[in-house]
Design a protein around this ligand. Structure first.
Ligand code: 5GP
Length: 184
C-alpha cells in the first residue's frame, strides 16, 4: 500500500494545531511531522515536540543542503518540514503536515498526489476572538496575522478540500473522513 501525504493549512488561530494533535493522538497510522522554525518558543512549547527551534543560520544552512521538503518565510521567521522525516515516515504511514498556504503549494508541486486541506474559521469575528483569547501574541501581531487573511483565503481555491472549523469534533470527523477516503 502506498501511503499519502496530507497537508492541513489555514490562517492563524483557526485551530489547525489542535486538530493536527487530535489526529496524531487518536490515530497510530498517521504521522505528524515536527517542523523546524526560527521563531522563539512560546510559553509551554517544547523543542522537538512542537517544533525544532533553530537559529536563522542553522535553518539556512539546512535549506541550502536541501534538507527541507518545503520551507517558507512567515512573519519574518522561517518554517520548514524536515525532508528525511517525511520520506521515512511515508514508507509505513500516512503523513500529515500542518503548514502555511505557501508550503502547501510547494508540496503539491513536488508531490501532485498530496491531498491539500484548507481549514477555515466560521467567520472573521470567530477567528479574531480565537486569536485574542489564545493570548500568545501581542495586539500588533494579531493584526498582522489577520491582515494576511485575504491572501490566505485567496489560495483556498488551489486546495483539494475546504473544512470549516465550527465545532472541533465535527471538523475532526470531517478531516478523518477525507483522510480515510483518500487512503482507500
Ligand atoms: P506559528 O508561529 O503560529 O506556530 O505558525 C505560523 C505558521 O507557520 C502557521 O500557519 C503554521 O501552519 C506554519 N508552519 C508551521 N510549520 C511549517 C512548516 O514546516 N512549513 C511551512 N511552510 N509552514 C509551517
Amino acid at each position: 500500500m502506498k501511503h499519502k501525504l496530507f497537508v492541513l493549512s489555514g490562517p492563524s488561530g483557526v485551530g489547525k494545531g489542535t486538530l493536527a494533535n487530535m489526529i496524531r493522538e487518536r490515530n497510530d497510522d498517521i504521522a505528524l511531522s515536527v517542523s523546524c522554525t526560527t521563531r522563539a518558543p512560546r510559553a509551554g512549547e517544547r523543542d522537538g515536540v512542537d517544533y525544532f527551534f533553530l537559529s536563522k543560520e542553522e535553518f539556512l544552512r539546512r535549506a541550502n543542503l536541501n534538507l527541507f521538503y518545503e520551507y517558507s518565510e512567515h512573519f519574518d521567521n522561517f518554517y520548514g518540514t524536515p525532508r528525511d522525516y517525511v520520506e521515512e515516515a511515508l514508507k509505513s504511514k500516512n503523513v500529515l503536515l500542518e503548514i502555511d498556504v505557501n508550503g502547501g503549494e510547494l508540496v503539491k508541486k513536488q508531490c501532485p498526489e498530496a491531498v491539500l486541506i484548507f481549514l477555515k474559521a466560521p467567520s472573521l469575528e470567530a477567528l479574531r476572538d480565537r486569536l485574542v483569547h489564545r493570548n500568545t501574541e501581542s495586539f500588533e501581531k494579531i493584526e498582522k496575522r489577520l491582515a494576511r487573511l485575504d491572501y490566505e483565503y485567496g489560495l483556498e481555491r488551489d486546495y483539494d478540500y475546504v473544512v470549516v472549523n465550527d465545532k472541533l469534533e465535527n471538523a475532526y470527523k470531517e478531516l478523518m473522513e477525507i483522510i480515510r477516503k483518500e487512503s482507500e
